[in-house]
Design a protein around this ligand. Structure first.
Ligand code: HDD
Length: 688
């Protein structure tokens, strides 16, 4: 009969050709009864002898693996990277040299602080980690949607995360930084101030993963075939542009749909509307690094795009949802040390520490050094080495030789390869010491640059966010210390937050390790509003219909939104939909209390006057209109909705963000206006 084929076996819910539907245990024993534990008599005690029940419960008891200590809540998607411009002069990496080649990828988006079950719209940094399965092994770009970090040295990471996570005594708050421990730590860590500006901006409440940037954060090296090196920073630029929700929306969305971001990604990919990001590189040399006012090895600093432009070299397309969340999204193991020949690390002390941490964490999480055998982690190029055994070894090599050097014939075992990975031979010398370089001492200049680069609306949101977060700190010393730091960044901002917190005078500024540079230029690339979508592509219109609504208007709106590449959902008072003016019933995607306006980019309300009078005491209907107004959304309507709009307190305050569709042809103008995301002027208006 020969040897067993060891590649066969393993569980699968779906039957292969020729197999039957028979249920078995994990050992392959056919199961006749999966509903009743073996007992002694119909009402007697259960017997431990029942190997079928015991195996089932045993496996269930072990289903959970430790969640990631950070970035526990994440969402993974398959895709590919296509190189548009080869850069052999900069890097010899195959992935950067073959234009048109599609490298398979797996990207996992995440929040940092919350546990696996926390809501998607927590105010938090988003992880943006991509594994490229290149022909020369896996390259993992493990970045965030913010280009700087809280700390400069990895040794501080456990403290940062302890401070951000729920307090160890009470076990709350979950998935938020609005508490004493976090701000205590931050206010004692001036190096965090640039990051503080970023996290208090709307970057931490993105509308969707599809509308946010990604950054490799650290300075890396690119090394060409001649061994010449350049420094590089990696950027992901979303083709859809940037868009965030506003804080009050985030609070409501979290209650309404805690899976808002993962659902959005699943739906877009399911609908074939594949999100794309351009991969950009900022390349610079030692000479630039020398004259740049900040240290390029300091992960709390950016290099403004206006100083070193971002050069686009390729595109990432996310085009397939996972088949199994656990097997793929949970088990994927990113490691910053996964780099390929032609890319190298820099001496950024945060990056160097990460290179230890990620490998270590995978062993804890996945339980074996053989986590690279799990399909989602396995390279898609040949893998040949002499590592063997260990828990769950799936791909132990065949043959006799498992050491080197060896004198077995060519082909018996792998050999070192000329042209394989070589570290850039950077000259290194100096005393062994624990010290922070003087060149890392500027903590406020770029924080200020970020703040002054925002539009007034965004600056107000930042002041509000800071006030909110600090208002949740019970310790006065924490609040005052933070406001003291803000004074180094912008006196106006410090004053606004101090007023919000009810301070009677501004606290002292702490002594700065280095005096801030106050004349850095504004960088328009740092604002979300200045880099918005500009169209309705990839966005969602919610049309609230009820009996007698003008069918022509609804169909014109649908046509305009879909024509612009957007999605449309119909909301109605009942799941069954509503009969419109043409006598036909239009089905609803959502019942009104399941489809509030906070879940849409823009809304329309189309109903008869009778219906509007009927629903003008209905809280979900009132909220739909009132929230759309309060969140500065563009709103389309027909005049018949007056009774509802009056009840919602908006009828007398309708501005140019409201579109009267008595003339259905105005639908296109409405959708075009939605390209501006929101009618921001409204934010300052007070309602009834
Ligand atoms: Fe980290 C996960 C991004 C600093 C230690 N990190 C993790 C993930 C992302 C980042 C996106 C989730 C990966 C996934 O989806 O599985 N981390 C960053 C960025 C940082 C950063 C952009 C700063 C520039 N991280 C950082 C430091 C340390 C870690 C300084 C430790 C010294 N990070 C980890 C970790 C995690 C992790 C504990 C948890 C789960 C995992 O690695 O696989 O090792």
């Amino acid at each position: 009969m020969g040897k067993l084929d060891l590649s066969k076996g393993g569980a699968n819910h779906q039957k292969a050709t020729g197999e039957d539907d028979r249920m078995t245990t994990a050992q392959g024993h056919p199961v006749a009864d999966d509903q009743n534990w073996l007992t002694a008599g119909p009402r007697g005690p259960q017997l431990l002898e029942d190997h079928i029940a015991r195996e089932k419960i045993f496996h269930f008891d072990h289903e959970r693996i430790p969640e990631r200590v950070v970035h526990a809540r994440g969402y993974g998607v398959h895709g590919h990277f296509e190189l548009k411009e080869a850069i052999p002069e900069l890097s010899r990496a195959a992935i950067f040299n073959e234009v048109g080649v599609k490298t398979p990828t797996f990207t996992r988006f995440s929040t940092v602080a919350g546990n696996k079950g926390s809501p998607d719209l927590a105010r938090d940094v988003r992880g943006f980690a991509t594994k490229f399965y290149t022909s020369e092994g896996n390259w993992d770009l493990v970045g965030n949607n913010i280009p700087v970090f809280f700390i400069q040295d990895a040794i501080k990471f456990p403290d940062l995360i302890h401070a951000a996570k729920p307090a160890p005594d009470r076990g709350f708050p979950q998935a938020q930084t609005a508490h004493d421990n976090f701000w205590d730590f931050i206010s004692l860590s001036p190096e965090a101030m640039n990051m503080v500006m970023w996290i208090m901006s709307d970057r931490t409440i993105p509308r969707s993963f599809r509308f946010m940037e990604g950054f490799g954060v650290h300075t890396f090296r690119l090394v060409n075939a001649e061994g010449k090196s350049h420094f590089v920073k990696f950027h992901w630029k979303p083709k859809l542009g940037l868009q965030s929700v506003i804080w009050n929306e985030a609070l409501k969305v979290n209650g309404m749909d805690p899976d808002f971001h993962r659902r959005d990604m699943w739906d877009a990919i399911d609908a074939g509307d594949y999100p794309q990001w351009d991969l950009g590189i900022q390349v610079f040399d030692e000479e630039f690094a020398e004259q740049f006012p900040f240290d390029v090895l300091d992960a709390t600093k950016i290099i403004p795009e206006e100083d070193v432009p971002v050069r686009i070299i390729g595109t990432l397309t996310l085009d397939a949802n996972v088949d199994n969340f656990f097997a793929e999204t949970e088990q994927v193991a990113f490691c910053t040390q996964n780099i390929v020949p032609g890319i190298d690390h820099s001496n950024d002390p945060l990056l160097q520490g990460r290179n230890f941490s990620y490998l270590d964490t995978q062993l804890k999480r996945l339980g074996s050094p053989n986590f690279t055998h799990i399909p989602i982690n396995a390279p898609k190029c040949p893998v040949r080495h002499y590592q063997q055994d260990g828990h769950m070894a799936m791909t132990n090599p065949k043959g006799r030789v498992n050491y080197e050097p060896n004198s077995w014939d060519q082909g018996e075992g792998p050999r070192e390869t000329p042209g394989g990975f070589e570290s850039y031979p950077e000259q290194v010398e100096g005393p062994k010491l624990r010290a922070r370089s003087e060149t890392f001492a500027d903590h406020y200049s770029q924080a200020r640059q970020f703040y002054i680069s925002q539009t007034p609306v965004e600056q107000t949101h930042m002041a509000n966010a800071l006030t909110f977060e600090l208002s949740k700190c019970q310790e006065m010393r924490v609040r005052t210390r933070m406001v003291g730091h803000l004074r180094h960044i912008d006196e106006g901002l410090a004053k606004e937050v101090a007023d919000g917190l009810g301070f009677t005078e501004l606290p002292e500024k702490p002594k700065a390790a280095k005096d801030p540079i106050t004349d850095l230029k504004e960088s328009p690339a740092l604002s979300i509003v200045k880099n918005g979508p500009g169209s309705f592509k990839g966005r969602k219109l919610g049309i609230y219909i009820a009996e007698g609504g003008d069918a022509k208007v609804v169909s014109a709106l649908k046509k305009a939104a879909e024509g612009a590449g957007g999605m449309v959902e119909i909301v109605a008072p009942h799941v069954g939909g509503a009969k419109l003016s043409d006598g036909k019933v239009m089905e609803a995607d959502e019942k009104i209390d399941g489809g509030p306006s906070v879940t849409y980019d823009a809304v329309a309300v189309v109903m008869s006057e009778d219906s509007a009078s009927r629903y003008n005491a209905d809280k979900p209907s009132i909220d739909f209109v009132n929230d759309a107004f309060a969140h500065a959304k563009f709103v389309a309507y027909v005049p018949a909705v007056k009774p509802l709009f009056e009840a919602a307190g908006v009828w007398n305050y309708m501005d140019e963000g409201f579109f009267d569709l008595s003339d259905a042809d105005r639908s296109e103008a409405f959708i075009e206006a939605c390209g501006n995301v929101r009618f921001w002027d409204r934010e300052s208006v007070k309602q009834d």
